[in-house]
Design a protein around this ligand. Structure first.
Ligand SMILES: Cc1cc2nc3c(=O)[nH]c(=O)nc-3n(C[C@H](O)[C@H](O)[C@H](O)COP(=O)(O)O)c2cc1C
Length: 245
C-alpha cells in the first residue's frame, strides 16, 4: 500500500461543502489530470461543461430529482461523451460521417468515465470532495437543451466538487475475492458472496454512529436499480447520434 492507493481506498462521496471556491488554476489542473487517463484509440471522446450560471444549475438540480448539492457545490461539471470532434476529423480525412455504432458509444462512455474518475481522484488528492451525478439522466433532454449539447454528444453524468463540510464514512466494498475471478467466471459463488456481503453490510450500516440504518446491501440497491430504468435513454441516445447500429 502506498499513498496513492491509500487515497483511493479512503474515497467517499461528498455532498456537503463549505463556501470556499476552487481556483481556476486548480480546476484546470484537475481537468488536465482527467485528460491524462488512457483513451480508446486516443479519441479523447469527452467534453466537460463547467456550469457557473446559477439558473442553469437550478434547472439541472431539478432535472436530477432535486439534488441540492448541484447548486451548492463550488463547481458543477457535466461529463459528456463526445464524438463530435472525431466525427469532424473523420469527414476531414475522407472516412465519412460516423454512423452511430454501439462500439463507438461504448468507447466514448468508457473514455468519459476514466477521465472523470481521474478528475475526482486528483480533486481528492488536494483535499476536495465530490460526487458523480447520474441523476441528470432522469431528464437528459432538458439537461442537453440547457447546456446546448449538439449531436454526437451525450450527457453521461455530472460531477459536483467542493471543499468538504462533511465527509461520510468509507463504505466497505465487496471483498476482493468476490470480484476477482481466476481463469474463468465463478458463477457458483455468486449467491454465497452476495449473501455474505449482505450480512457484512447490515453490520456496517447498524454500527454507523451518526447515520445508523437497518438494511443490507442488496435490498436498497436492487430497489434503486429497478427504480431507475430510464426507458427514455435509448431514444434520446439515438437522437444524439449514438446506438444506431
Ligand atoms: C456514475 C455515477 C452516478 C452517480 N449518481 C449519483 C447521483 O445522482 N446522486 C448521488 O447523490 N450520488 C450519485 N453517485 C454516488 C454513488 O451513490 C456512490 O458512489 C455510492 O453510493 C458509493 O458511495 P461512496 O462513493 O461514498 O463510496 C453516483 C456514482 C456514480 C459512479
Amino acid at each position: 500500500m502506498n499513498e496513492v492507493m491509500k487515497l483511493m481506498q479512503e474515497h467517499s462521496s461528498v455532498r456537503s461543502y463549505t463556501n470556499k471556491k476552487i481556483s481556476k488554476e486548480l480546476l484546470e489542473q484537475l481537468v488536465a489530470s482527467g485528460q491524462a487517463a488512457a483513451s480508446s484509440s486516443f479519441i479523447q471522446a469527452y467534453s466537460i461543461i463547467r456550469v457557473l450560471d446559477t439558473e442553469k444549475r437550478k434547472i439541472i438540480a431539478d432535472a436530477a430529482g432535486g439534488q441540492s448539492w448541484i447548486i451548492d457545490a463550488a463547481e458543477f461539471m457535466l461529463m459528456c461523451a463526445d464524438m463530435q470532434r472525431i466525427n469532424y476529423a473523420s469527414s476531414k480525412n475522407g472516412e465519412g460521417e460516423l454512423k452511430g455504432y454501439t462500439e463507438h458509444f461504448i468507447a466514448a462512455t468508457v473514455d468519459t468515465a476514466l477521465m472523470a474518475q481521474n478528475v475526482l481522484l486528483a480533486a481528492e488528492s488536494m483535499g476536495l470532495g465530490g460526487v458523480f451525478i447520474g441523476g441528470i439522466r432522469n431528464n437528459p433532454q432538458r439537461v442537453a437543451k440547457t447546456l446546448g449539447l449538439p449531436k454526437h454528444v451525450y450527457p453521461a453524468f455530472g460531477l459536483c466538487l467542493g471543499w468538504p463540510a462533511h465527509k461520510n464514512a468509507v463504505k466497505p466494498r465487496m471483498p476482493v475475492a468476490t470480484v476477482l475471478h481466476q481463469d474463468s467466471y465463478d458463477i457458483d459463488a455468486v449467491a454465497a458472496n452476495v449473501d455474505a456481503y449482505d450480512e457484512a453490510f447490515a453490520e456496517y450500516y447498524g454500527s454507523r454512529g451518526n447515520n445508523a440504518k437497518s438494511s443490507n446491501w442488496s435490498a436498497p440497491t436492487t430497489r434503486a436499480i429497478q427504480g431507475k430504468k430510464r426507458e427514455h435513454m435509448l431514444e434520446f441516445l439515438k437522437n444524439q447520434g449514438f446506438l444506431k447500429c
